[in-house]
Design a protein around this ligand. Structure first.
Ligand code: SAM
Ligand code: SF4
Length: 452
């Protein structure tokens, strides 16, 4: 009998969709399963359990997972004992709908139910019945589950979970529940372990990361505390909300050398009327003033954003206001999305999906074109500048390496023998809208000497 045919094949294959929070959650799931004598495999053919950790933020995220489950059909036929599970936001959003009939799914678990997975999987093995657990918790932070097997240059670490903001377009408060922050001592403990494993950069994560607060200990204090940990050289955070940027936080980003000079500041829309309909709690003017204040206080700051086009009822004139604000603030980069109606949100219940898809596409094209020009202009300002780059690995083109500067911009340079995790100085010679291309000023000998 091969391992594959064994009734309790404990090899698990995990696939992750969506945001960095999901990547982090998949690490939590791996850790929970490892502690319960499951092993992880990179081969779906070998696996007894396939888990898809999913996203619900836009409709195409759902479609991808449905297509993937269909694709797993032949594998299920060949391996009748195979268990397929859907985890995360899509499970929480669509609930038992995902288990109905011959859906190809055996279990679903929401973002606060991962500790129950070993028992759920065992039960499906034993009973053959479908399993679900979707309770959202006001307390679960997985503080007692430090993922132990992380790879790469950057370690992601969730410091808070959930969101209380209820932006009217967004499904996150429904899929991830109420805001809750981790005890700072527990965060520090995890970062110390990461530093001991050799990580030089951490990114503090949360759906609304800067509203972090644990008994009066706020996000500015958390960054300061993390920066005191030896070995950690760079601290990033995402995603913040514009409403939670007190002066103390800007001060920390401005003055703490380990706090990266990059802020992702999601605008969503340029019209105050649309912002109000989105429940974003700031006006166009307040947002622009905040962005200006940030640029004044933090020299060299890289500002990026998220924008939605075609929010229900958005007029052409209101869309043009988004173009205007983007032009005025001159973000270094932007993630731009067509509005996607989400079940259970206030916008879906009260406003419908009123902007036709062709109009959304047309607005999107205009926005992307304008942003490409702005990103290129912003990058051109860097020509001749020298940056400290944290090397990540090989670039797309052979013979070149890539890394990121403090502002999170991708920097490409000729392979000089640097290794992932090295800090090297690179002088920028030319740029594209998305990349800085330069010459490494640090020799391999210097890097190694510095490292010793
Ligand atoms: N918490 C972050 C914030 O306040 O901006 C955002 C997190 S969300 C995972 C990432 C981005 O997805 C949002 O900033 C928004 O631009 C986009 N998004 C969320 N819901 C959307 C929807 N229904 N349609 C299109 N884009 C959406
Ligand atoms: Fe969604 Fe708004 Fe919360 Fe961000 S702040 S996760 S957009 S509800």
């Amino acid at each position: 009998m091969t391992d594959k045919d064994h009734p309790h094949n404990r090899k698990v294959y995990i696939e992750t969709y969506g945001c960095q929070m999901n990547e982090y959650d998949s690490e939590i799931v791996r850790e929970v399963l490892r502690r319960n004598n499951y092993t992880l495999t990179d081969s779906q053919e070998e696996a007894g359990v396939i888990l898809l950790n999913t996203c619900a933020i836009r409709e195409n995220a759902h479609q991808k997972v449905h297509a993937r489950v269909r694709q797993l059909g032949p594998l299920r036929k060949r391996n009748e004992k195979l268990i397929v599970g859907i985890l995360g936001c899509m499970a929480q959003n669509l609930k038992k709908e995902l288990l109905e009939g011959d859906s190809g799914v055996d279990l679903i678990a929401g973002p606060d139910s991962y500790k129950a997975l070993p028992v759920m999987i065992d039960r499906v093995h034993v009973t053959g019945e479908k399993e679900y657990k979707l309770t959202l918790s006001e307390y679960e932070t997985y503080a007692d589950v430090f993922p132990t097997n992380r790879h790469g240059i950057n370690a992601w670490i969730a410091v808070m979970r959930g969101c209380d903001n209820y932006c009217t377009f967004c499904v996150v408060p429904m899929t991830r529940g109420r805001e809750r922050s981790r005890d700072p001592f527990n965060v520090i403990e995890e970062v110390k372990q990461l530093s001991a494993q050799g990580f030089k950069q951490v990114t503090l994560l949360g759906q609304n990361v800067n509203s972090y607060r644990f008994k009066g200990f706020d996000f500015a204090k958390l960054i300061t505390a993390v920066s005191r940990i030896d070995g950690i050289e760079r601290i990033r955070f995402t995603s913040p909300h514009p409403k939670d940027f007190p002066e103390s936080l800007l001060e920390v980003v401005a003055t703490n050398p380990k706090a990266c000079k990059h802020i992702h500041l999601p605008l969503q829309a340029g019209s105050s009327r649309v912002l109000d309909a989105m429940n974003r709690t700031y006006t166009r003017e307040e947002f622009v003033a905040l962005a200006q204040r940030m640029r004044e206080m933090i020299p060299g700051l890289v500002l990026t954003t998220d924008v939605i086009v075609g929010f229900p009822t958005e007029t052409e004139v209101e869309f043009e206001e988004t173009l205007e604000v983007m032009h005025e603030v001159k973000f270094d980069a932007a993630f731009m999305f067509k509005y996607s109606e989400r079940k259970g949100t206030l916008a879906q219940r009260n406003l419908g999906d009123t902007v036709p898809d062709e109009v959304k596409t047309d607005r999107m094209v205009q926005l992307v074109e304008q942003q490409r020009r702005i990103s290129y202009e912003r990058n051109q300002l860097h020509v001749g500048e020298t940056f400290e780059v944290l090397v990540e690995g090989e670039a797309k083109h052979k013979g070149q390496l890539m890394g990121r500067n403090d502002g999170n911009k991708i920097v490409v340079f000729s392979d000089n023998g640097a290794r992932p995790g090295d800090f090297i100085k690179v002088k920028v010679d030319e740029v594209t809208p998305n990349t800085l291309i330069g010459t490494a000023l640090t020799t391999t000998e210097a890097i190694r000497k510095f490292a010793v």
